[in-house]
Design a protein around this ligand. Structure first.
Ligand SMILES: C[S@@+](CC[C@H](N)C(=O)[O-])C[C@H]1O[C@@H](n2cnc3c(N)ncnc32)[C@H](O)[C@@H]1O
Length: 226
């Protein structure tokens, strides 16, 4: 079902523009844009400091990134979300709460190379990305061979991808894709909420729904190695 467009979407997006580092797509062909269009972010201008940068792909309403930014005031965070309706909620909250270390990219992750300088990101968070089990949609999975070279290029040496999901099939697929693309996989748990990582875990909106239904949460960390 298609989500109804939020009332006054455009003027409300305009009110949040100080938080919005990028929006839309430079051309219809995402592959062409990713290869040819460059408008690389200057983090010191964007955040007004030289702090390390972490990034979440598919931030939804932003609950995870806000808690993470509160716990880590000396880190800058980029929240990426393709859906304007959804990112607007996150940006309005950020503005209202005066959160200073989060900025937003309302773009498809396919065109991250247009904006994110190579080797500039410490960590990437993939929280409950849609598993898309249909073979025909494999390329759209956020841990497919289409996206992992993009993440690899953005990450510093030793940089990490932290993945959480409710889907065991998608989890196993992702672990094998991480290894295929030059990542070492560690901190693997198939029941996050009953693991040693539970105390520091920030529960996302989707995670809350899944775990309330009694579903286990899968989590792993993939480290970029040479
Ligand atoms: C299942 S929701 C999870 C939201 C949130 N991370 C959570 O755990 O509550 C997945 C989100 O990823 C976004 N998304 C899916 N594909 C994307 C892409 N290619 N680029 C950017 N965002 C994407 C969707 O719009 C959606 O908001």
């Amino acid at each position: 079902m298609r989500m109804r467009k939020k009332r006054h979407l455009e003027p409300r997006m305009e009110q949040c523009k100080a938080l919005l580092a990028a929006r839309g797509r430079p051309c219809l062909n995402l592959k062409e844009a990713a290869e040819n269009f460059r408008a690389l972010l200057d983090y010191s201008t964007l955040f007004g400091n030289e702090n390390p940068v972490e990034l979440e792909v598919g931030c939804g309403n932003g609950g995870f990134i806000f808690e993470l930014s509160r716990r880590n005031p000396d880190t800058n965070f980029l929240a990426v979300e393709v859906c304007s309706n959804v990112i607007l909620t996150a940006m309005e909250h950020c503005l209202k709460e005066g959160i200073s270390n989060v900025r937003f990219l309302n773009i498809p992750a396919e065109i991250l190379p247009c904006y994110i300088p190579d080797g500039s990101v410490e960590k990437i968070y993939l929280n409950f990305s849609t598993p898309l089990p249909e073979t025909s949609r494999e390329k759209q999975r956020l841990t497919s061979s289409r996206f992992l070279p993009i993440y690899r290029a953005m990450l510093k040496e030793g940089g990490k991808i932290v993945q959480k999901t409710d889907s065991e099939e998608f989890f196993d697929y992702s672990l094998s894709k991480f290894r295929e693309h030059g990542f070492e996989v560690g901190e693997v748990t198939r029941d996050l909420h009953r693991s040693e990582y539970a105390t520091e875990n920030i529960v996302t909106e989707y995670e809350k729904n899944f775990s309330e239904k009694g579903m286990p949460i899968f989590r792993a960390v993939a480290v970029k190695v040479k």
